[in-house]
Design a binder for this molecule. Sequence first.
Ligand SMILES: Nc1ncnc2c1ncn2[C@@H]1O[C@H](COP(=O)(O)OP(=O)(O)OP(=O)(O)O)[C@@H](O)[C@H]1O
Length: 252
Amino acid sequence: MEHLLYGKEIVKSYGEDREEHIVLDGVSLEIEKGEFVSVMGPSGSGKSTLLYTLSGMDPAYSGSVVFDGCRLSGLKEDALSDLRRNKMGFVFQQPAFLKNLNLLDNIILPAMRDNRRNVRAVTLKAKNLMKKVGIEELEERDITQVSGGQLQRAGICRALMSEPDIIFGDEPTGALNSKSAQEIMALLKEINAEGTAVLVVTHDAKVAAKTRRVLFMQDGKIVSELRFENEKTENYDKREDIIMKRMQQIGI
Ligand SMILES: Nc1ncnc2c1ncn2[C@@H]1O[C@H](COP(=O)(O)OP(=O)(O)OP(=O)(O)O)[C@@H](O)[C@H]1O
């Protein structure tokens, strides 16, 4: 497999001198093209911060992050935002959608900001994505008129508009009931099967069980890792048990 993203000795802290709080303590990791990875760990262990540094959202760290051969810290602001807009997709716990726009318009908004794109093509692409994720009938709905699961599907459509190489998900199922959470994970799995790498932060072992590699964080370090690559069957209950057992072993 080929590397898509790697981080080397990432150190990130907040505050100064004696008050300094180290949040990422020399994290190194590699994500291959098309991988499906989750990050688990206790609250405050640095999971979201890791996601923000790897995705170029937070540039204040030491060490290096290289995405698709480009060292992020060496890129000018415009180049970094181009890279993030074109090659990375983001899905958050609550999609940040505008209340005065319907679902379709919210999905196409970021793509429309790019003048080079053509309105008709962008709209058609968004409609096709909405169909793919099962919300094609909701395009005119206001964002307050859909369920959390439907809203998250729309968030995934928005993230997929640029055909990214990777989707970063920060607790993408955190605001959902367990049925919707599983549906969203099934959708991310499908997207991953089509070649897009997915990196999700989660507290939920059921969610992590859907991914093929689980990284465990504690106190700003990756302290353990599980790979399900060689499992012949996709027995998610068994994977969940393995994850829970590993969490017990490492005391998180
Ligand atoms: N802007 C900030 N200023 C100061 N400290 C911060 C800031 N952002 C995060 N932190 C601290 O960094 C640590 C790691 O935060 P982070 O959000 O990465 O953890 P997490 O593992 O994602 O937690 P959770 O599971 O609760 O979301 C926490 O102790 C948090 O308080």
